[in-house]
Write a protein that binds this ligand. Structure first.
Ligand code: PRP
Ligand code: URA
Length: 214
């Protein structure tokens, strides 16, 4: 898939990511391994998605001498999983950014209309001061992600990134149309959506595979 037409998309093609993604897609991968892989993939994605975090100078005393060194410049982060499948991605980010706060947005996709329906929202009070990372394994029509971005904007969020494991071209276009400044990090851009709005080849229903509900 040529992704050069989307300048807001970063496809993470690191060999470890691609290897883990292949196992994740495999129909025979059970819920336990699926959960572990989602966490590992998210940690690797977070490493890339935080690449532009600012640093500040400090001094450090090593056993040998005092030296100038660099630390994160007090960046405040909020991780916002879209329920329920986004929950599987939270721990991977917290492992790298343990001070991040976690908010939740509950959306499900109506199977008939494919439109997102909101059923829950709880965000950090200072969301407007934080770098926001929305996490959801699947970007299909883009309805859920676009709704989440708009919702967060209404609550004052400014700097928003979207981390999804697999994206469909339709979803990328939809997010780009409503939220041009949101950078999307993904491990793959797949071919298309099927008649039920599932990503092809994709990995099936991410929530069901994570939680073993089907
Ligand atoms: C899945 C997925 C996304 C959404 C993507 O959630 O986790 O949130 O679909 O589809 P879209 O881009 O077309 O909106 P789902 O609605 O199945 O809910 P679940 O996580 O509770 O299973
Ligand atoms: N939601 C999923 O879980 N999988 C898809 O392929 C599309 C939407």
């Amino acid at each position: 898939m040529d992704t050069s037409r989307w300048d807001n998309v970063v496809v993470l093609d690191h060999p470890l990511i691609q290897h883990k993604l292949t196992i994740l897609r495999e129909v025979g991968t059970g819920a336990k391994e699926f959960r572990e892989l989602v966490k590992e993939l998210t940690l690797l994605m977070a490493y890339e998605a935080t690449r532009d975090f600012q640093l500040a100078e400090t001094t450090v005393t090593t056993p040998i001498t005092e030296a100038t060194a660099r630390v994160l410049a007090g960046k405040k982060v909020a991780v916002i999983p879209i329920l329920r499948a986004g929950l599987g991605m939270v721990d991977g980010i917290l492992e790298l950014v343990p001070a991040a706060k976690v908010g939740h947005i509950g959306l499900y996709r109506d199977p008939e209309t494919l439109k997102p329906v909101e059923y829950y929202c709880k965000l950090p009070e200072d969301i407007g001061e934080r770098d926001v990372m929305i996490v959801d394994p699947m970007l299909a029509t883009g309805g859920s992600a676009s709704a989440a971005v708009q919702f967060l904007r209404d609550k004052g969020a400014r700097m928003i990134r979207l981390l999804c494991i697999i994206a469909a071209p339709e979803g990328i276009d939809a997010v780009r149309e409503c939220c041009e400044d949101v950078r999307i990090y993904c491990c793959a851009v797949d071919s298309h959506l099927n008649d039920h709005g599932y990503i092809v080849p994709g990995l099936g229903d991410a929530g069901d595979r994570l939680f073993g509900t089907r």
